[in-house]
Design a protein around this ligand. Sequence first.
Ligand code: DC
Length: 223
Amino acid sequence: MSINIAIDGPAGAGKSTIAKRLAKELGFIYVDTGAMYRAMAYYFLLHDIKAEDEGAIAAACPQVDVTISYENGEQQVILNGENVNGVIRTEAVGNMASASSVYPVVRKKLVELQRQLAEKSDVIMDGRDIGTCVLPNAQVKIYLTASSATRAQRRYDELTAKGVSCDLAEIEKDIIERDYRDMHRETSPLMQAEDAVLVDSSHLNIDEVVSEIRRVYEQKVKA
Ligand code: DC
């Protein structure tokens, strides 16, 4: 049986950085489920489909094929045969992903793909509903969070380091809105699974978070 580690939490909590590091250390495959929702969102944006238009989203879904592959250990998201990794990281795509992922028709497709991946291999999968819905039997479940101020500051630092000018207050406002939407949608909202371990990274660095999750893994899986 494969070993599954689920990491859920709000946007900007550091899930992907931590999950990637841990996957490397443990020799697991890292599955970034947010990237799959982003690929679908990218398709909707390309085709001028509005997030509010559930009918149009449902009609488009059969046209959208999302798969993933790995290149040098890095997950690549393939949308209808095209690698979209380079174009799905914008705020516009992230916001569209948050808005369009409320629909069960969107989620159903991706949850199936996620479960197939977890059945085949030892995975660390991050997202919003992994411990509660996608992999309810995951051996390790982590709810990774941080204050909205900390998450906004990290995002601000990341963008300014890249030379992108941005506004800290604006970023925090965006984060709070996204949290609200992800936590209050009807289908699979973001929440801590009953058996998940809460890790607050507000005052922890990457190494500290990784070693805390490793400690939980060793306690639950190795014991
Ligand atoms: O993790 P991320 O920021 O790349 O995710 C983008 C959006 O996709 C997020 O705001 C909500 C949605 N999402 C989801 O609904 N379920 C997941 N398992 C992962 C992401």
